[in-house]
Design a protein around this ligand. Structure first.
Ligand code: CA
Length: 336
C-alpha cells in the first residue's frame, strides 16, 4: 500500500509536451509557518516509449549533472521524444543552493536516506516521493554524480550491481552506451540506501556517474556528461541516437570492496605519491600524512591494499583519521 504523503505538484505526468514546475514539500520553519520547499521538476512526454527518470543534485556540491540537465530541460524539443522524461535536476535543492553534500535543513546525505520516510525530515520526504511516486513510473534512471567537495574522481559511468544477471547486463549495456572514458562497477560496499540501489530494487535500468569533482565544474567532465545523457536516451529509444554515439568497448572496471579504499590513519595533511590514473600494486606506498604542528614527528606512510588504477583521490589536503584519501579501481572479471 502506498505511504501517505503531503507532497504535491502541479505537474501532470500523463500530459504530452514539456512542463516545467515544482514538487512542493510543506516546510514549516520559524520564519515560514505554512510554506514549502519547491523542488524543480520537468516532464517531457510525446508519443509511445519508455519513461526515464533523470536526476542530479542528489549531492549539492556536484555540478556537472545539474548543469547538463538544465540544458536538456531548456533545449530538448518534445517532438524529439518517444516516451517520457521525468527530470529532477536539483533533487536535494537545499543542499544544491548551499553547495553542500548534505542538506543544511536536516544535515542528511540524501543518498543514504532511500527509501525515505513521507513523514520524516525534509530529505527523507524527498526520497520517499522519489521512491513512492517517481520510480514506479520509470523503466530507466540516470543519477548524475561527481566527486563532490572531498573527492576528485576520474570521469566515469557507474554500474550499480543487480542480483538478476539479465538486469545486471541491461545496466552494463546502458552504462556502456553513456560512453564515459571509464565504466566502473561500484556497489558502495553493499549500501542499500542509495538512489541507484533503490532503483535496481524497483526493476529499473540504472546508470550512475562520477564526473571529476573537487567542488568545482570540470569543463571536460561536463561535456562527457552532456553527451552521455543523450547517448543513454538514444540507447533507450527515447530520442534518436546521436550521430557520434558508439558506446564504450573499453574493459569494465570495479572498485574492489574495502581493499579499494586508502583511509587516513591519523589527523594531518595527506601527501599523495601518485596522480589519478596511475597504475599501482597492493603494498605500494600510496602517500603519507604529515603532522604540520610537530615537525619532529615523521610522516605516517599509507599503502595500497589492491592492485589497480588510482580512480579517485581526496581533494582537501587536511585529513582526520578515517577520511578517504585514495580509491583504487581494478579490472572487473565480468565483461558483459
Ligand atoms: Ca556524489
Amino acid at each position: 500500500m502506498a505511504r501517505s504523503s503531503t507532497v504535491y505538484t502541479t505537474i501532470d505526468f500523463d500530459k504530452n509536451g514539456k512542463q516545467t514546475g515544482f514538487f512542493n514539500i510543506p516546510h514549516s520553519p520559524h520564519d515560514d509557518a505554512w510554506g514549502a520547499v519547491r523542488l524543480p521538476i520537468c516532464v517531457i512526454r510525446n508519443g509511445q516509449g519508455p519513461t526515464a527518470v533523470l536526476m542530479a543534485g542528489n549531492h549539492g556540491d556536484e555540478y556537472e549533472g545539474p548543469i547538463a540537465l538544465g540544458e536538456l530541460i531548456r533545449g530538448l524539443d518534445p517532438g524529439a521524444v518517444s516516451g517520457r522524461l521525468i527530470i529532477l535536476p536539483a533533487l536535494n535543492l537545499p543542499a544544491v543552493l548551499a553547495g553542500r553534500r548534505t542538506s543544511p535543513v536536516d544535515g542528511l546525505n540524501l543518498n543514504r536516506t532511500f527509501p525515505g520516510d513521507p513523514h520524516g525530515t525534509l530529505t527523507q520526504q524527498i526520497t520517499a516521493y522519489v521512491s513512492d511516486v517517481i520510480y514506479p513510473m520509470g523503466e530507466a534512471m540516470i543519477d548524475l554524480h561527481s566527486g563532490g567537495s572531498s573527492l576528485d574522481i576520474l570521469p566515469s559511468a557507474i554500474v550499480e550491481p543487480a542480483p538478476d544477471p539479465a538486469h545486471h547486463a541491461r545496466n552494463i549495456a546502458a552504462v556502456r552506451a553513456f560512453d564515459a572514458p571509464l565504466s566502473v562497477i561500484v556497489d558502495n560496499l553493499g549500501e542499500p540506501r542509495t538512489s541507484t540501489a533503490t532503483a535496481v530494487r524497483a526493476g529499473m535500468t540504472v546508470v550512475g556517474t562520477e564526473m571529476a569533482g573537487g567542488g568545482t565544474v570540470s569543463t571536460g567532465a561536463l561535456e562527457i556528461c552532456r553527451r552521455g545523457v543523450r547517448n543513454v536516451l538514444g540507447h533507450l529509444g527515447i530520442i534518436a541516437a546521436p550521430s557520434d554515439a558508439a558506446g564504450s568497448t573499453r574493459p569494465l572496471m570495479r572498485v574492489p570492496g574495502p581493499a579499494g579504499f586508502v583511509l587516513a590513519t591519523r589527523d594531518g595533511v595527506f601527501e599523495p605519491f601518485h596522480a589519478n590514473g596511475a597504475q599501482v600494486h597492493a603494498g605500494d606506498k600510496a602517500g603519507q600524512i604529515h603532522d604540520l604542528g610537530d615537525p619532529s614527528r615523521p610522516p605516517e606512510v599509507l599503502h595500497f591494499a589492491a592492485d589497480g588504477m588510482i580512480y579517485g583521490r581526496r581533494q582537501p589536503g587536511r585529513v582526520v583519521a578515517g577520511n578517504c584519501c585514495l580509491v583504487v579501481a581494478c579490472p572487473a572479471e565480468e565483461q558483459a
